[in-house]
Design a protein around this ligand. Sequence first.
Ligand code: FNR
Length: 367
Amino acid sequence: DMPALEECLNLTDFESVAKSVMKTTAWAYYSSAADDEITVRENHAAFHRIWFRPRVLVDVEHVDISTTMLGAKVDCPFYVTATALGKLGNPEGEVVLTRAAHQHNVIQMIPTLASCSMDEIMDAAQADQVQWLQLYVNKDREVTKRIVQHAEKRGCKGLFITVDAPQLGRREKDMRVKYGEQAANVQGDEDGVDRSQGAARAISSFIDPSLSWKDIPFFKSITKMPILLKGVQCAEDAIMAVEAGVDGVVLSNHGGRQLEYARPAIEVLVEVRQALLERNWLDKLEIYIDGGIRRATDIMKALCLGAKGVGIGRPFLYAMSAYGEKGVSRAMQLLKDEMVMNMRLIGAQKISDLNPAMVDTRALSFH
Ligand code: FNR
């Protein structure tokens, strides 16, 4: 029997419930990661290597956990990151996440490969609700241009170009189950789609592996939305991102689903911040991280080390698959409650009080 929603006390609890109630194909697609699943494990484990240095005797009667992301005010420094194929987990798909995000005033990043169409996801949002677009770049640039300009016209507030997936990683758990669902919105072109190798491979054949730094001016020419690169993994590329004139980066290894042995984003963050600091460029990039964030303490560690916010993927998918909108909403509320409590315990009244001196990173492999 399924536990009552109230029995889920943290984000990890949703994972075990989801595993027991989800269809095999859906669980395989959501939970899978590259090769031996080392990176996906380390994504969360890396947070265990950072310790706090709390301050005491700070008046924390009133704590404010709100912040801004790309200029938009949000209740808490996390957003719903882009994850494909929402209808594998819930018949309504991504609009479930849209409604929960509105309840909690957090941002949703709309995936190119959503099960619902982009318009359906935007229609499900309230007038004041902020959404971003995650972009897989099509070999046919006219298709990409149309998607980007349509998103902007409909009020989308940020363009996140995924740069860590010139080819899909090998996800064996997903490959072992045959993908027979018609859940994908594959940009109106399903011809030639091979469904024998798992969901991921079935939907990704249009992605352009020749995408390079030379393409950045094209994106700048077709939109006024802020442009961010999702999937940057070292200081050199963060520097190149500044030089290319983009507005931000998401340090991410795609939830461990792409290059196996890619480092956890929290490790990369330390390296990137150091490189930007040396050049006095900290104000030139808005930095986000994702991968393995399961607790408010994980969010706080990222913020102490210079991230503006964090993306969360699987936990919301699991909450949605097990309990629908109520589940996602509870997961978000749990994070907010954890955040307020731990801000008090670390001695921070507001987000801008979190700073590098509040974390001990000596046990990280990079510091
Ligand atoms: C993803 N992710 C992803 N990223 C992206 O840019 N485009 C996409 O279509 C998808 N699809 C996708 C599907 C599923 C099922 C997962 C789990 C992930 C990666 C996602 O945006 C993010 O980087 C990770 O999910 C973050 O890690 P956690 O929070 O899942 O540990």
